[in-house]
Design a protein around this ligand. Structure first.
Ligand code: GLA
Length: 360
């Protein structure tokens, strides 16, 4: 029977924190770690899923696709199967095995990588022509409605549209996507704060609801419609907590715009400064940092060659991203691990990554 392979990378958010579900602006990059889906068609209408990485297996009939409480990891590929069927594609039974080197729970979007690798594999096996943005959005719907994680579109778009040595700039309102070159003398380090990040947990959802409540209190469809200056003028309409949440979102949108401009001018120092400001806003306004993420980022900033550091992704744990001169990257990664381990007993397992091509 017909066999195929598909690969999807993880992603790192460079700037634009929690802006995606607020119709805002995001700057991210696909990374050089990811997941491979290998599979083949079957003649018996069975769906057979396995994950080498997790050592799990799940089997059911194509006609019975529904969320599984016993095998929650399988809900990501099953959600994609469900969305393809709902979109009117006719699927056969198939086998799919997932493997790769992308850590799960570190905020690098292994969930989007699973979804996109599954969608691409199934498209290949069934000869389906699905435009790239439609594929990203189908995977996003699978995550929102089948898995039940209320995330935005950042992860799937970056995973699909990533480009080597470029950042992906996404406008979640117009759904315009551009890639912007990253200066070649810079590198990225990703370090794990040790606290598992889980979007299914309530904090992410609570922030999302607070953002929507802030927009509603201001009579807006979304916080995207607001600049920081406008917000200052109407600040009295919001209680202090909602005001801080809104300040984070409007500030992040403006920092993304400034960062795209900085990158077009090849100004890595400006990008680093914007990343530092983003982390500070997360810490103070959005309250989605943790003591470990604060320690990781402040320790990184004190090291020679570092231009900026911030938490990346949802927050409340997960990873930090450090922008560093490429010739200092190895030294910074080593020192950062030592400093963080000495203070917390946790190995942040830093790794140097580069912006990479998207799913294929
Ligand atoms: C997680 C979500 C994304 C986005 C980020 C925060 O990674 O999956 O959609 O909301 O958090 O920017």
């Amino acid at each position: 029977m017909k066999a195929a392979t598909a690969y999807a990378p993880g992603r790192v958010e460079l700037l634009g924190n929690h802006t995606d579900y607020n119709q805002g602006l995001v700057l991210a990059a696909a990374i050089d770690r990811g997941l491979t889906a290998q599979g083949r068609l079957r003649t018996d209408q069975r769906v057979v899923l396995s994950s080498q990485t997790l050592g799990r297996h799940c089997e059911l009939s194509l006609a019975e696709v529904a969320p599984s409480a016993a095998e929650p990891w399988a809900n990501y590929p099953l959600g994609v199967v469900n969305e393809l069927i709902m979109a009117g594609y006719r699927l056969e039974g198939f086998e799919l095995d997932l493997s790769g080197n992308l850590p799960t729970g570190g905020g690098l979007s292994s969930s989007a990588a699973v979804e996109v690798a599954t969608a691409l594999l199934l498209a290949k096996l069934h000869n389906l022509e699905i435009p790239a943005l439609a594929l990203a959005k189908l995977c996003h719907r699978a995550e929102n409605f089948f898995v039940g994680v209320p995330s935005g579109l950042l992860d799937q778009v970056t995973c699909v549209f990533g480009r080597a040595d470029h950042a992906v700039f996404l406008d979640c309102q117009s759904e315009a996507i551009e890639t912007v070159p990253l200066p070649s003398e810079l590198a990225l380090i990703i370090a794990n704060s040790g606290a598992a990040h889980s979007l299914v947990a309530g904090d992410y959802r609570a922030r999302r609801e607070q953002c929507f409540a802030a927009a509603e209190a201001l009579g807006l469809l979304s916080l995207r419609e607001l600049s920081s200056a406008d917000l200052e003028k109407s600040a009295s309409l919001l209680d202090p907590l909602l005001r801080r949440r809104a300040v984070h979102i409007t500030g992040e949108n403006e920092r993304v715009q400034a960062a795209v401009h900085a990158l077009r001018c090849g100004n890595g120092d400006a990008l680093g400064a914007l990343m530092n400001a983003s982390h500070e806003s997360s810490r103070v306004n959005f309250e989605n940092s943790t003591p470990e993420l604060d320690l990781l980022t402040s320790s990184a900033r004190a090291l020679p060659g570092v231009l900026g550091a911030r938490l990346t992704g949802g927050g409340f744990g997960g990873s930090a991203i450090v922008l560093v001169r490429a010739d200092s990257a190895a030294e910074v990664a080593e020192q950062l691990a030592a400093i963080f381990h000495a203070q917390t007993g946790i190995d942040p397992a830093p790794f140097i990554t580069r912006a990479s091509d998207g799913a294929r």
